[in-house]
Design a protein around this ligand. Structure first.
Ligand code: ATP
Length: 200
């Protein structure tokens, strides 16, 4: 039917190395605030802005474990399955072609929003979805750049957790309980990721 409401789908792009509570709070709070039908965790393959990212199969498996526990979350691994660097504009363009009835929202923390004007094909990307930015501790949000003028701002509780900090804690043998979902905690231990003691 022509007048059927369009499905509203959020994409949270990231390396998820590993997924943590900061990601989940963003996904759920934006979903609720903007009445999205679902949020998809878009796992990056070979992000051109980051070096030394952990193995994609582990990152996808951890994201899938998290999504299995949340009826509104799914995982998109298309960027991982593709060779070489991938760009958000390319992914958005493909998704729009494949699912033309969806209204797309691309979720970003303030740090990612700040770097958006430097993205490859940034202008194209912002035209393909509604970009939604949330605050992130440690990053002053500046939406002054012309490319960011149509970005939506959603207020969420600020969560001072990063994957970098999680990896560092694991490497140092410190606790990450309650900073990551239990399934991620288990996965890191079982696979000895980030220097974790196996089975510990
Ligand atoms: P790393 O520390 O390895 O750089 P990260 O914690 O920033 O990783 P990513 O997977 O790179 O995690 O983040 C994906 C997206 O989620 C980005 O848009 C990022 O801004 C956002 N994000 C991640 N953690 C938070 C957080 N604690 N609060 C708000 N946004 C977040």
């Amino acid at each position: 039917m022509d007048d059927a409401p369009r499905r509203r789908v959020g994409l949270l792009g990231g390396t998820f190395d590993p997924p943590h509570l900061g990601h989940l709070v963003v996904a759920e709070q934006v979903r609720d605030a903007l009445d999205l039908d679902e949020v998809r965790l878009l796992v990056a393959g070979d992000p051109w802005m980051k070096d030394g990212v952990g193995a994609a199969r582990h990152r996808v498996a951890m994201a899938a474990g998290v999504a299995a526990d949340d009826p509104h979350l799914t995982v998109v691994d298309r960027e991982v399955r593709r060779d070489g660097a991938t760009y958000t504009a390319e992914t958005l363009s493909e998704l729009r072609t494949e699912e033309p009835d969806v209204e797309w929202f691309f979720l970003l923390g303030a740090d990612a929003a700040t770097s958006l004007p430097r993205w490859h094909r940034a202008e194209e990307a912002v035209a393909l979805a509604t970009f939604v930015v949330v605050g992130r501790p440690g990053t002053e949000l500046d939406l002054g750049h012309p490319l960011l003028q149509d970005v939506l701002r959603v207020d969420t509780p600020l969560i001072q957790i990063s994957s970098t900090d999680i990896r560092q804690r694991v490497a140092e043998g410190r606790s990450i309980r309650y900073l990551v979902p239990p399934s991620v905690h288990r996965y890191i231990r079982e696979h000895g990721l980030y220097g974790a003691a196996h089975g510990g």
